[in-house]
Design a protein around this ligand. Sequence first.
Ligand code: NDP
Length: 328
Amino acid sequence: SATPVKVAVTGAAGQIGYSLLFRIAAGDLLGPDTPVQLRLLEITPALKALEGVVMELDDCAFPLLDSVEIGDDANTIFDGANLALLVGARPRTKGMERGDLLEANGAIFTAQGKALNDHAADDIRIGVTGNPANTNALIAKTNAPDIPAERFSALTRLDHNRAISQLAAKTGAKVTDITKMTIWGNHSATQYPDIFHAEIAGRNAAEVVDDQAWIADSFIPTVAKRGAAIIEARGASSAASAASATIDAARDWLLGSPEGDWVSMAVSSDGSYGVPEGIISSFPVVTKGGDWEIVQGLEIDEFSRAKIDASVAELVEERDAVTKLGLI
Ligand code: NDP
């Protein structure tokens, strides 16, 4: 039988973890033929809750779940990991300044970057979901000099999926008819969901919509502020959809994006589309076998250029702030 894949998940006792772990164990990430070993990291006070989650994982008797290990030491949990999903992050609490948030998360992602560098398997791939995801990924990448920069990504797949869903609702198309959606920039309110290259059953999506006011004043803010709308409605932040997107992103990265389509992923910029080299910014990418390539040659009009530039400017600011804090 196939060799089990070691999947490390941080923040495993959190809300997103509670949706994510069961789907990974059920085979939704690696497919029905690949056994999984889960390596679950939590902070010490959350270990007891995590033990409860593991009891539930046991009780599912998942055929593909080979083993589960839990702990609060990243060096042990990341040992030999093939895939690390960094979900745990320090949430912004009342009275916390942006700098405090960056600093608190900086400490987490500095330590985790070093631990991955020293202990993960040679084929490690790292996906960051915990916010501020792009900058957390940048910190981890910079603190893992022996791991190729291409192995780090931050999650913009949830934004991508939200954009597809909004476009489908507007046009009456099926989500499966929509291809070539792109999220550019930061996973934040400045992100730019771009439908000018998207297609609906092969036709240009912006032409099908034919309503620039809807794109600018409804579609873009709805996608960008969807997280806040869910908190408002549910009384808690999106968790199942964030977990689902985390799985979609990792699965496509490892197993390949669909033929004739692309996905959005925040990756270390190579300077494409004028995005400064080295920052973790979302692009349209084609993935295959754990590698990605930024889709080249898309025409960027003035409207799109301004939106991309604004989000990238925010990423540059975040990079400068964590540089000042000595985190990278
Ligand atoms: P969640 O599981 O709801 O969220 C975890 C992280 O994912 C947050 O940073 C959250 O950002 C982020 N996130 C990204 N996209 C989304 C989205 N669309 N919707 C919601 N969240 C999103 O948080 P919990 O507080 O329930 O759980 C976090 C767990 O992480 C806790 O159990 C904590 O103990 C743990 N933790 C573990 C660490 C470790 O393993 N070393 C370190 C730090 C924390 P946002 O805050 O912006 O919503």
